[in-house]
Write a protein that binds this ligand. Structure first.
Ligand code: ZN
Length: 494
């Protein structure tokens, strides 16, 4: 997940949703489904035929009992591994997903896109001067480079460290207090907020230092910038992620220290001056030709109308990109797989997309919308799964208010696996932001995000973090929502 995502809170709404929505959903279903009682004057036109509702239930059951998505995630994470844009693994994963989508009978296209090829190098740091230091010893600091970071000299930088908690404190410092130093932005990720299901909000608050911190420090003459990792892990793991250098400041080396190391440095700084030796030697290699992988199940009645189900295929390189975002690709492939296996005929085209380069530039998403801009009006809906593999509680919607009532029957079916909440949000996914802006109704699963940011962008983003049952529930949400949208009897309001 890149930075711009405000999502709904999982926990605080749960009791409410169970209380509020369940009865209403039932009430709604009756009038929306075909009713042939002559008593009630002009029933609202059916949004879903009874046949579609029956097929949705079959799809849901099939999803809950399938391990196809899990096997795909396992292959991407374990057999292929970290898939940073431009890497051999990313290229391998393009071929793999394309051949799998072909194998389940999708019409497959590889959509060409040039992507940046940033590679990590040596990344070490140690405190070489600090209060209470034992003679000839250093204090190791655990860190990683931020995506797009420039390099230090090969033998590193040795400089004094200063720390600030936020941009205001940074701005308040006179230049001579910053110039020639290493700045640490020590903004803690709000673990309590995440534990209450507000993981996305906590992420949104802290990630601004990852993207904007290095340039803010550089503007005042800093020689390097470190941030406190954006995430809730307590296992001394650094969280990587893209930094966005501004054009009005020199590019300086940028890294993320673990939460534990940020606390250590801040404690020592309270006691006296601290000096660090920092070595970061990443490289920005020439851009590489890569692809979005697109697999279509053509619609039987409106093949020109498209429902996107998607996730991003690239990942950061510290872990194996299992929860971020082999999951999103796996559940999107599963939706197509189940529809084909059940020999269902979507009326509109269902398009499974594995986006390239979401993590460090969104080149894949931008290229797709550039190539398909003329078909924007034919994009009926767009869905992205990029919030991990936690238990789903329902569907986020970015669209007109009426959409909620129209999808109530779908929510009622998904309520069986505890995913019956429909919730409006500002934003559903980085790769589907362009259509969102163009008025295409967007969707994403509402997922329990309490633990997601413990592993997000770390070496611990690995297959074991996925509970197969929960992944199957996520597949059910995506497959049922996508097929429901493909067979709606009415268009979605724009
Ligand atoms: Zn992601």
């Amino acid at each position: 997940m890149s930075e711009s995502k405000k999502r709904f809170c999982a926990i605080c709404l749960l009791p409410l949703s169970l209380f509020l929505f369940a009865p209403r959903i039932d009430a709604q279903q009756t009038p929306v489904a075909e009713s042939n009682s002559s008593a009630s004057p002009s029933p609202t036109p059916a949004v879903f035929s009874l046949q579609t509702l029956a097929e949705l239930k079959r799809l849901q059951q099939a999803a809950l009992n399938s391990d196809y998505a899990y096997r795909q995630v396992a292959h991407l994470a374990n057999n292929i591994g970290p898939r940073l844009s431009g890497s051999a693994q990313a290229a391998k994963s393009v071929d793999y997903v394309a051949s799998e989508l072909k194998a389940i009978g999708c019409e497959v296209q590889l959509e060409r896109v040039m992507v940046p090829h940033w590679v990590r190098g040596e990344e070490t740091a140690a405190l070489v001067q600090f209060p209470g230091q034992a003679e000839n010893t250093t204090q190791k600091i655990v860190l990683c480079a931020l995506g797009a970071s420039v390099a230090t000299p090969a033998d590193g930088i040795v400089a004094e460290v200063i720390t600030v908690r936020n941009f205001d404190e940074m701005k308040a410092l006179p230049r001579d207090k910053v110039a020639g130093k290493i700045v640490l932005f020590n903004y803690p990720f709000d673990k309590q907020m995440a534990g209450e299901g507000h993981g996305d909000e906590a992420y949104g608050e802290a990630v601004v230092y990852r993207s904007g911190g290095p340039s803010a420090a550089a503007r005042q003459g800093a020689v390097a910038c470190l941030i406190r990792s954006v995430g809730g892990a307590d296992y001394r793991l650094p969280h990587t992620g893209q930094t966005d250098y501004a054009n009005d400041a020199p590019k300086i080396p940028a890294g993320a220290v673990t939460a534990e190391d940020a606390d250590l440095i801040v404690d020592l700084l309270r006691q006296g001056p601290v000096k660090m030796k920092l070595i970061l030697t990443p490289q920005q290699l020439p851009d590489v030709e890569s692809y979005n992988v697109i697999g279509d199940i053509k619609g039987s009645e409106h093949p020109e109308q498209v429902i996107i189900v998607s996730g991003h295929l690239d990942s950061w390189d510290l872990g194996t990109g299992a929860i971020d975002d082999a999951t999103g690709v796996g559940v999107s492939m599963e939706a197509a797989n189940l529809i084909q296996n059940l020999h269902l005929k979507p009326k509109r085209t269902i398009r499974a997309i594995a986006w390239m380069n979401e993590e460090n530039g969104s080149a894949g998403s931008k290229q797709y919308w550039k190539d398909h801009e003329k078909e924007a009006s034919n994009h009926f809906a767009a869905m992205e799964t990029d919030g991990g593999a936690g238990h789903p509680l329902g569907i986020n919607i970015k669209g007109k208010p009426e959409v909620k009532k129209m999808l109530a029957p779908v929510a009622a079916i998904l309520q069986e696996s505890g995913a019956g909440v429909l919730n409006f949000v500002e934003h559903c996914g980085a790769d589907i932001e362009p259509p969102e802006k163009a008025g295409v109704t967007a969707f994403s699963p509402i997922q329990d995000s309490r633990f997601y940011f413990n592993y997000h962008h770390t070496a611990a983003d690995t297959l074991d973090k996925i509970v197969p049952k929960e992944l199957a529930e996520d597949s059910a949400v995506v497959a049922v929502a996508a097929y429901g949208l493909a067979n709606m009897e009415q268009p979605l309001p724009r």
